[in-house]
Ligand binder design. Structure first.
Ligand code: G1P
Length: 277
């Protein structure tokens, strides 16, 4: 069983400046919902109700979003606007939220390690809210698909998709053996953080959905700064992969890179056309 989902949400979101000067990037809305809410909904759909959020300075809006706003609720009670809060109210009722702050930005691996205090010694999911995922025609969300795979293999699971070869330097890239043709499941043998197209072992890229076993924390504590001088989750996962303990899963669905303006616009158009709001 996976009970907790960690959301690293301390980054600056520099690609969206000036919008992210005083607003957390996780709170940028795709239509009427902030990015992080899509991630929380995906976790809840996967049966996970404890949300552990690693924040930083200037990120208080995230905490306020997942809380009651008494004044606002009082103002719109009984009006036609009240139903607009139904969805977020229902999330708040079904989930618990806990927070810790990352005081220095030392990379994704460091953010995950900062979250240890909220997770403890159990396997957990990780959602990078920048990667907005939707099952798009499939019945189950991406995290839900991954929980099922974790139940079978009982090791760390990472979501992957094919990217064009010239884009390998934007992602963690894996190499592995296909072990289940029907489900696109690989046993990972190698992982490299953001390699150039020449160095990349494949074009199978890690996207921001993981299920991690708790030994990752001890490995992260030992992990030296890697690409960009940051502590990289990819490097820590490579240690698990050497022990044959990482599975990569080519998920069913669509992912939008909402960390980039293009991806954000694509996501907005997709959900608008779908008639979400
Ligand atoms: C992080 C990871 C990278 C992964 C990516 C997915 O990079 O380090 O391995 O492919 O998320 O979005 P970031 O996008 O935070 O630079």
């Amino acid at each position: 069983m996976i009970n907790k989902c960690l959301f690293p949400a301390a980054g600056y979101g520099t690609r969206f400046l000036p919008a992210t000067k005083a607003t957390p990037k996780e709170m940028l809305p795709v239509l009427t919902k902030p990015l992080i809410q899509y991630g929380v909904e995906e976790a809840l759909e996967a049966g996970i109700s404890t949300m552990a959020i690693v924040t930083g300075r200037g990120k208080r809006a995230i905490e306020d979003h997942f809380d009651i706003s008494y004044e606002l609720e009082h103002q719109i009670k009984g009006t036609s606007k009240e139903p607009l809060l139904d969805e977020i109210r229902s999330l708040i009722n079904q989930c618990t939220f806990s927070y810790t702050r990352q005081t220095e930005m030392k990379g994704l691996g460091h953010a995950i390690l900062t979250g240890e205090t909220l997770i403890g010694k159990e396997s957990f999911a990780v959602v990078l809210a920048d990667d907005l995922c939707t099952p798009a025609g499939y019945t189950e969300g991406i995290l839900s698909q991954m929980v099922a795979i974790y139940e079978k293999y009982q090791c760390s699971i990472i979501a992957i998709e094919e990217v064009s070869p010239e884009n390998t330097d934007k992602y963690g890239i894996i190499a592995g053996h296909l072990i289940d043709n029907t489900d696109d499941i690989y046993r990972v043998t190698d992982m490299v953080e953001k390699p150039s197209p020449q160095e990349a072992p494949t074009n199978l890229a890690i996207i921001g959905r993981y299920i991690l076993t708790p030994d990752i924390f001890d490995i992260l504590r030992m992990t030296q700064p890697g690409k960009g001088g940051e502590i990289q989750l990819t490097d820590a996962l490579l240690e698990q992969a050497k022990q044959r303990k990482v599975i990569a899963y080519r998920f069913k669905g669509t992912r939008f890179d909402c960390g980039s303006v293009n991806g954000f616009v694509e996501a907005t158009n997709y959900f608008f056309k779908k008639g979400e709001k």
